[in-house]
Design a protein around this ligand. Sequence first.
Ligand SMILES: Nc1ncnc2c1ncn2[C@@H]1O[C@H](COP(=O)(O)OP(=O)(O)O)[C@@H](O)[C@H]1O
Ligand SMILES: [Mg+2]
Length: 350
Amino acid sequence: MASKDAEKVIVLRNVKKVYRMGTERIVAVDDVSFEILKGEFCCLLGTSGSGKSTLLNLMAGIEKVTSGQIIIKGKKIHKMNETSLAKFRQKYLGFVFQSYNLMNSMTALENVEFPLVFKRVKPKVRKKLAKDMLIQVGLGSRLGHKPKEMSGGQQQRVGIARAFVAKPEIVFADEPTGNLDTKTTMEVMNLIQAIARENRQTIVMVTHDPRLASYADRIIHVLDGDIEKIEVQYDITDPEVYRRRVEEARAAAPKLTESSPPANKARSKKTGRTKRKERPKQEAAGTGEEKKAADASIARVEEKVMEVIDRIDTQETPDKELTEGLKESVQAMDSGHSDAEYQESRGNEV
Ligand SMILES: Nc1ncnc2c1ncn2[C@@H]1O[C@H](COP(=O)(O)OP(=O)(O)O)[C@@H](O)[C@H]1O
Ligand SMILES: [Mg+2]
Protein backbone atom coordinates (compact mmCIF):
# COMPACT_ATOMS: atom_id res chain seq x y z
CA MET A 1 0.00 0.00 0.00
CA ALA A 2 3.02 2.25 0.43
CA SER A 3 2.97 5.13 -2.00
CA LYS A 4 6.13 5.72 -4.01
CA ASP A 5 5.24 9.37 -4.37
CA ALA A 6 5.80 10.29 -0.72
CA GLU A 7 7.38 13.71 -0.68
CA LYS A 8 11.01 13.69 0.41
CA VAL A 9 10.97 16.95 2.24
CA ILE A 10 14.59 16.72 3.44
CA VAL A 11 17.38 15.00 1.52
CA LEU A 12 21.00 14.72 2.67
CA ARG A 13 23.58 13.41 0.24
CA ASN A 14 27.12 12.57 1.34
CA VAL A 15 27.15 15.34 3.90
CA LYS A 16 30.42 15.95 5.67
CA LYS A 17 31.30 18.48 8.34
CA VAL A 18 34.83 18.96 9.53
CA TYR A 19 35.67 21.47 12.25
CA ARG A 20 39.18 22.75 12.45
CA MET A 21 40.54 23.62 15.87
CA GLY A 22 44.05 24.86 15.33
CA THR A 23 45.80 21.94 13.71
CA GLU A 24 43.19 19.43 14.84
CA ARG A 25 40.47 18.20 12.48
CA ILE A 26 37.21 17.09 14.07
CA VAL A 27 35.00 15.12 11.74
CA ALA A 28 31.60 15.86 13.28
CA VAL A 29 29.58 14.42 10.38
CA ASP A 30 31.16 11.90 8.06
CA ASP A 31 29.58 11.22 4.67
CA VAL A 32 26.00 10.97 5.80
CA SER A 33 23.01 10.39 3.51
CA PHE A 34 19.35 10.04 4.44
CA GLU A 35 15.88 11.26 3.56
CA ILE A 36 12.97 12.47 5.65
CA LEU A 37 9.41 12.35 4.35
CA LYS A 38 6.77 15.03 4.62
CA GLY A 39 4.67 14.50 7.74
CA GLU A 40 7.20 12.20 9.31
CA PHE A 41 8.25 12.36 12.95
CA CYS A 42 11.95 11.66 12.71
CA CYS A 43 14.43 11.31 15.56
CA LEU A 44 18.18 11.66 15.45
CA LEU A 45 19.27 9.41 18.30
CA GLY A 46 22.80 9.09 19.63
CA THR A 47 25.06 9.68 22.60
CA SER A 48 26.55 13.05 23.44
CA GLY A 49 29.12 14.20 20.88
CA SER A 50 27.90 11.84 18.16
CA GLY A 51 27.05 14.72 15.80
CA LYS A 52 23.29 15.11 16.18
CA SER A 53 23.18 18.85 16.78
CA THR A 54 25.70 19.43 14.00
CA LEU A 55 23.39 17.52 11.63
CA LEU A 56 20.40 19.60 12.69
CA ASN A 57 22.36 22.84 12.36
CA LEU A 58 23.52 21.83 8.89
CA MET A 59 19.91 21.13 7.86
CA ALA A 60 18.82 24.52 9.17
CA GLY A 61 21.67 26.22 7.33
CA ILE A 62 23.12 27.45 10.62
CA GLU A 63 26.34 25.57 9.85
CA LYS A 64 27.87 25.18 6.40
CA VAL A 65 28.62 21.73 5.01
CA THR A 66 32.26 20.92 4.28
CA SER A 67 31.02 18.82 1.35
CA GLY A 68 27.83 17.15 0.20
CA GLN A 69 24.30 18.35 -0.42
CA ILE A 70 21.30 19.26 1.69
CA ILE A 71 18.03 19.70 -0.16
CA ILE A 72 14.92 20.88 1.67
CA LYS A 73 11.67 21.23 -0.21
CA GLY A 74 13.68 20.92 -3.43
CA LYS A 75 15.93 23.85 -2.48
CA LYS A 76 19.67 23.47 -2.18
CA ILE A 77 20.36 24.73 1.32
CA HIS A 78 24.12 24.31 0.95
CA LYS A 79 24.17 26.84 -1.89
CA MET A 80 22.10 29.58 -0.26
CA ASN A 81 23.58 32.80 1.06
CA GLU A 82 22.78 34.09 4.55
CA THR A 83 19.88 36.33 3.48
CA SER A 84 18.14 33.58 1.52
CA LEU A 85 18.71 31.16 4.38
CA ALA A 86 17.19 33.54 6.91
CA LYS A 87 14.14 34.00 4.68
CA PHE A 88 13.90 30.27 4.07
CA ARG A 89 13.97 29.59 7.80
CA GLN A 90 11.19 32.10 8.44
CA LYS A 91 8.98 30.65 5.70
CA TYR A 92 9.38 26.95 6.24
CA LEU A 93 11.08 26.14 9.53
CA GLY A 94 10.19 26.29 13.19
CA PHE A 95 12.61 25.72 16.07
CA VAL A 96 12.28 24.38 19.60
CA PHE A 97 15.32 24.48 21.87
CA GLN A 98 16.34 22.84 25.09
CA SER A 99 16.81 26.29 26.63
CA TYR A 100 13.47 27.69 25.33
CA ASN A 101 15.14 30.90 23.99
CA LEU A 102 12.22 33.16 24.78
CA MET A 103 12.49 36.95 24.90
CA ASN A 104 12.44 37.75 28.60
CA SER A 105 11.10 41.28 28.14
CA MET A 106 8.05 40.02 26.28
CA THR A 107 4.90 38.30 27.49
CA ALA A 108 3.92 34.82 26.37
CA LEU A 109 1.52 36.35 23.85
CA GLU A 110 4.15 38.72 22.47
CA ASN A 111 6.71 35.95 22.18
CA VAL A 112 4.31 33.81 20.18
CA GLU A 113 3.04 36.69 18.06
CA PHE A 114 6.51 37.77 17.10
CA PRO A 115 7.21 35.38 14.19
CA LEU A 116 3.99 36.54 12.52
CA VAL A 117 5.08 40.17 12.35
CA PHE A 118 7.49 39.38 9.58
CA LYS A 119 4.83 37.46 7.71
CA ARG A 120 2.73 40.62 7.35
CA VAL A 121 -0.17 39.11 9.20
CA LYS A 122 -2.55 41.85 10.32
CA PRO A 123 -2.08 42.83 13.99
CA LYS A 124 -5.54 41.66 15.02
CA VAL A 125 -5.14 38.34 13.24
CA ARG A 126 -1.65 37.98 14.65
CA LYS A 127 -2.90 38.38 18.22
CA LYS A 128 -5.73 35.97 17.64
CA LEU A 129 -3.48 33.31 16.12
CA ALA A 130 -0.98 33.67 18.97
CA LYS A 131 -3.72 33.48 21.58
CA ASP A 132 -5.35 30.43 19.96
CA MET A 133 -1.98 28.73 19.83
CA LEU A 134 -1.34 29.45 23.51
CA ILE A 135 -4.78 28.12 24.40
CA GLN A 136 -3.94 24.99 22.42
CA VAL A 137 -0.80 24.42 24.49
CA GLY A 138 -2.80 24.99 27.68
CA LEU A 139 -1.59 28.50 28.48
CA GLY A 140 -4.76 30.44 27.85
CA SER A 141 -4.56 31.88 31.34
CA ARG A 142 -0.88 32.88 31.05
CA LEU A 143 -1.02 35.17 28.01
CA GLY A 144 0.35 38.16 29.92
CA HIS A 145 3.03 36.28 31.83
CA LYS A 146 6.68 36.84 31.11
CA PRO A 147 9.02 33.84 30.81
CA LYS A 148 10.52 34.36 34.28
CA GLU A 149 7.00 34.10 35.75
CA MET A 150 6.47 30.61 34.36
CA SER A 151 7.75 27.10 35.09
CA GLY A 152 10.15 25.35 32.72
CA GLY A 153 7.36 23.25 31.27
CA GLN A 154 5.22 26.32 30.69
CA GLN A 155 8.11 28.16 29.06
CA GLN A 156 8.69 25.26 26.73
CA ARG A 157 5.01 25.25 25.83
CA VAL A 158 5.37 28.92 24.89
CA GLY A 159 8.39 27.85 22.83
CA ILE A 160 6.28 25.21 21.10
CA ALA A 161 3.49 27.72 20.45
CA ARG A 162 6.04 30.10 18.91
CA ALA A 163 7.54 27.36 16.75
CA PHE A 164 4.15 26.25 15.43
CA VAL A 165 2.18 29.51 15.21
CA ALA A 166 3.15 30.26 11.63
CA LYS A 167 2.43 26.64 10.65
CA PRO A 168 5.93 25.87 9.39
CA GLU A 169 6.22 22.75 7.27
CA ILE A 170 9.20 21.51 9.25
CA VAL A 171 10.01 21.86 12.94
CA PHE A 172 13.51 21.19 14.25
CA ALA A 173 13.78 20.37 17.93
CA ASP A 174 17.12 19.88 19.68
CA GLU A 175 16.66 18.01 22.97
CA PRO A 176 13.43 19.96 23.57
CA THR A 177 12.74 18.24 26.87
CA GLY A 178 16.34 18.31 28.13
CA ASN A 179 15.51 20.62 31.03
CA LEU A 180 12.18 19.10 32.01
CA ASP A 181 11.07 16.47 34.52
CA THR A 182 9.65 13.15 33.35
CA LYS A 183 5.99 14.07 33.60
CA THR A 184 6.44 17.39 31.79
CA THR A 185 8.63 15.68 29.20
CA MET A 186 5.80 13.34 28.28
CA GLU A 187 3.36 16.25 28.09
CA VAL A 188 5.66 18.20 25.81
CA MET A 189 6.35 15.19 23.58
CA ASN A 190 2.66 14.42 23.22
CA LEU A 191 1.89 18.04 22.59
CA ILE A 192 4.46 18.42 19.81
CA GLN A 193 3.21 15.25 18.21
CA ALA A 194 -0.47 16.17 18.45
CA ILE A 195 0.02 19.61 16.90
CA ALA A 196 2.30 18.34 14.14
CA ARG A 197 -0.01 15.49 13.15
CA GLU A 198 -3.01 17.76 12.70
CA ASN A 199 -1.19 19.72 9.99
CA ARG A 200 0.99 16.93 8.62
CA GLN A 201 4.08 18.84 9.69
CA THR A 202 7.49 17.22 9.63
CA ILE A 203 9.37 16.97 12.92
CA VAL A 204 13.09 16.38 13.19
CA MET A 205 14.01 15.88 16.83
CA VAL A 206 17.42 15.34 18.36
CA THR A 207 17.63 13.24 21.51
CA HIS A 208 20.02 10.98 23.38
CA ASP A 209 17.08 9.21 25.06
CA PRO A 210 15.82 6.00 23.40
CA ARG A 211 12.53 6.31 25.28
CA LEU A 212 11.81 9.59 23.54
CA ALA A 213 12.94 8.23 20.19
CA SER A 214 10.27 5.56 20.55
CA TYR A 215 7.73 8.28 19.64
CA ALA A 216 9.23 8.60 16.16
CA ASP A 217 8.17 7.11 12.85
CA ARG A 218 11.80 6.90 11.82
CA ILE A 219 14.83 6.70 14.09
CA ILE A 220 18.19 7.66 12.63
CA HIS A 221 20.86 6.23 14.91
CA VAL A 222 23.91 8.50 14.90
CA LEU A 223 27.28 7.18 16.02
CA ASP A 224 30.60 9.04 15.79
CA GLY A 225 29.39 11.33 13.03
CA ASP A 226 28.04 8.46 11.01
CA ILE A 227 24.69 6.73 10.62
CA GLU A 228 24.69 3.44 12.40
CA LYS A 229 21.27 2.39 11.15
CA ILE A 230 17.90 3.78 10.17
CA GLU A 231 14.90 2.23 11.83
CA VAL A 232 11.47 2.75 10.30
CA GLN A 233 9.05 2.10 13.15
CA TYR A 234 5.99 3.32 11.27
CA ASP A 235 5.86 3.53 7.50
CA ILE A 236 3.71 6.61 7.11
CA THR A 237 3.64 6.26 3.33
CA ASP A 238 0.97 3.68 4.10
CA PRO A 239 -2.17 5.84 4.49
CA GLU A 240 -3.65 3.40 7.00
CA VAL A 241 -0.53 3.60 9.19
CA TYR A 242 -0.56 7.39 9.00
CA ARG A 243 -4.23 7.54 9.87
CA ARG A 244 -3.60 5.44 12.96
CA ARG A 245 -0.66 7.64 13.97
CA VAL A 246 -2.89 10.72 13.75
CA GLU A 247 -5.51 9.03 15.91
CA GLU A 248 -2.93 7.95 18.47
CA ALA A 249 -1.51 11.46 18.63
CA ARG A 250 -4.97 12.91 19.18
CA ALA A 251 -5.72 10.39 21.92
CA ALA A 252 -2.40 11.09 23.65
CA ALA A 253 -2.73 14.88 23.44
CA PRO A 254 -2.29 16.11 27.00
CA LYS A 255 -5.34 17.52 28.70
CA LEU A 256 -3.83 20.77 29.82
CA THR A 257 -6.09 22.19 32.42
CA GLU A 258 -4.88 25.76 32.71
CA SER A 259 -6.50 26.86 29.49
CA SER A 260 -9.12 29.47 30.19
CA PRO A 261 -12.55 28.89 28.73
CA PRO A 262 -13.42 31.44 26.06
CA ALA A 263 -15.20 33.47 28.74
CA ASN A 264 -14.72 36.80 27.05
CA LYS A 265 -17.10 36.02 24.24
CA ALA A 266 -19.83 34.79 26.57
CA ARG A 267 -19.52 37.84 28.75
CA SER A 268 -19.64 40.27 25.88
CA LYS A 269 -22.83 38.66 24.71
CA LYS A 270 -24.46 39.09 28.09
CA THR A 271 -23.55 42.71 28.32
CA GLY A 272 -24.54 43.23 24.76
CA ARG A 273 -21.03 44.32 23.84
CA THR A 274 -21.03 42.04 20.88
CA LYS A 275 -20.04 44.63 18.37
CA ARG A 276 -16.94 46.68 18.75
CA LYS A 277 -17.08 50.23 17.66
CA GLU A 278 -15.73 50.31 14.14
CA ARG A 279 -12.63 52.37 13.90
CA PRO A 280 -12.73 54.69 10.93
CA LYS A 281 -10.72 52.96 8.26
CA GLN A 282 -7.60 54.78 7.28
CA GLU A 283 -6.99 55.31 3.62
CA ALA A 284 -4.75 52.43 2.63
CA ALA A 285 -2.72 54.37 0.19
CA GLY A 286 -2.63 58.13 0.28
CA THR A 287 -0.47 59.85 -2.21
CA GLY A 288 2.24 57.84 -3.90
CA GLU A 289 4.83 59.50 -1.69
CA GLU A 290 2.98 58.71 1.54
CA LYS A 291 2.57 55.13 0.49
CA LYS A 292 6.27 54.86 -0.26
CA ALA A 293 7.22 56.30 3.12
CA ALA A 294 4.77 53.97 4.88
CA ASP A 295 6.15 50.96 3.02
CA ALA A 296 9.68 51.97 3.89
CA SER A 297 8.90 52.30 7.59
CA ILE A 298 7.10 48.95 7.68
CA ALA A 299 10.06 47.42 5.87
CA ARG A 300 12.50 48.86 8.43
CA VAL A 301 10.64 47.39 11.40
CA GLU A 302 10.18 44.09 9.62
CA GLU A 303 13.84 43.89 8.84
CA LYS A 304 14.68 44.37 12.48
CA VAL A 305 12.07 41.82 13.59
CA MET A 306 13.40 39.36 11.05
CA GLU A 307 16.95 39.84 12.33
CA VAL A 308 15.89 39.24 15.92
CA ILE A 309 13.84 36.14 15.08
CA ASP A 310 16.63 34.71 13.01
CA ARG A 311 19.09 35.25 15.85
CA ILE A 312 16.74 33.35 18.14
CA ASP A 313 16.28 30.56 15.60
CA THR A 314 20.00 30.25 15.06
CA GLN A 315 20.58 30.19 18.81
CA GLU A 316 22.43 33.45 19.10
CA THR A 317 21.07 35.70 21.79
CA PRO A 318 19.79 38.88 20.19
CA ASP A 319 21.76 41.70 21.76
CA LYS A 320 20.16 44.48 23.74
CA GLU A 321 20.79 47.06 21.05
CA LEU A 322 18.69 45.04 18.64
CA THR A 323 15.80 44.24 20.95
CA GLU A 324 15.53 47.54 22.79
CA GLY A 325 12.51 49.46 21.66
CA LEU A 326 11.53 46.67 19.31
CA LYS A 327 8.18 46.11 20.94
CA GLU A 328 7.46 49.82 20.67
CA SER A 329 8.52 49.88 17.02
CA VAL A 330 6.11 47.07 16.25
CA GLN A 331 3.33 48.86 18.15
CA ALA A 332 4.07 52.08 16.29
CA MET A 333 4.04 50.21 13.02
CA ASP A 334 0.68 48.67 13.87
CA SER A 335 -0.95 51.92 14.91
CA GLY A 336 0.54 53.91 12.07
CA HIS A 337 -0.73 51.70 9.32
CA SER A 338 -4.16 50.51 8.40
CA ASP A 339 -5.05 46.85 8.13
CA ALA A 340 -5.29 47.25 4.39
CA GLU A 341 -1.56 47.76 4.24
CA TYR A 342 -1.04 44.33 5.71
CA GLN A 343 -3.31 42.71 3.17
CA GLU A 344 -0.44 41.87 0.93
CA SER A 345 0.52 38.89 3.02
CA ARG A 346 3.76 37.29 1.95
CA GLY A 347 2.07 33.93 2.06
CA ASN A 348 4.57 31.13 1.82
CA GLU A 349 6.62 31.91 -1.22
CA VAL A 350 10.31 32.62 -0.79
N1 LIG B 1 31.77 24.60 16.64
C1 LIG B 1 32.48 23.49 16.82
N2 LIG B 1 33.82 23.51 16.74
C2 LIG B 1 34.56 22.40 16.92
N3 LIG B 1 34.04 21.19 17.20
C3 LIG B 1 32.71 21.10 17.29
C4 LIG B 1 31.86 22.24 17.12
N4 LIG B 1 30.57 21.85 17.27
C5 LIG B 1 30.62 20.52 17.53
N5 LIG B 1 31.90 20.07 17.54
C6 LIG B 1 32.34 18.68 17.77
O1 LIG B 1 31.65 17.86 16.86
C7 LIG B 1 31.24 16.65 17.47
C8 LIG B 1 29.72 16.51 17.40
O2 LIG B 1 29.11 17.50 18.24
P1 LIG B 1 27.53 17.69 18.35
O3 LIG B 1 26.96 17.71 17.00
O4 LIG B 1 27.29 18.86 19.21
O5 LIG B 1 27.11 16.35 19.09
P2 LIG B 1 25.73 15.95 19.82
O6 LIG B 1 24.70 16.98 19.51
O7 LIG B 1 25.38 14.60 19.27
O8 LIG B 1 26.04 15.88 21.27
C9 LIG B 1 31.79 16.70 18.89
O9 LIG B 1 33.02 16.03 18.90
C10 LIG B 1 31.95 18.17 19.14
O10 LIG B 1 32.97 18.39 20.07
MG1 LIG C 1 23.64 18.26 20.84
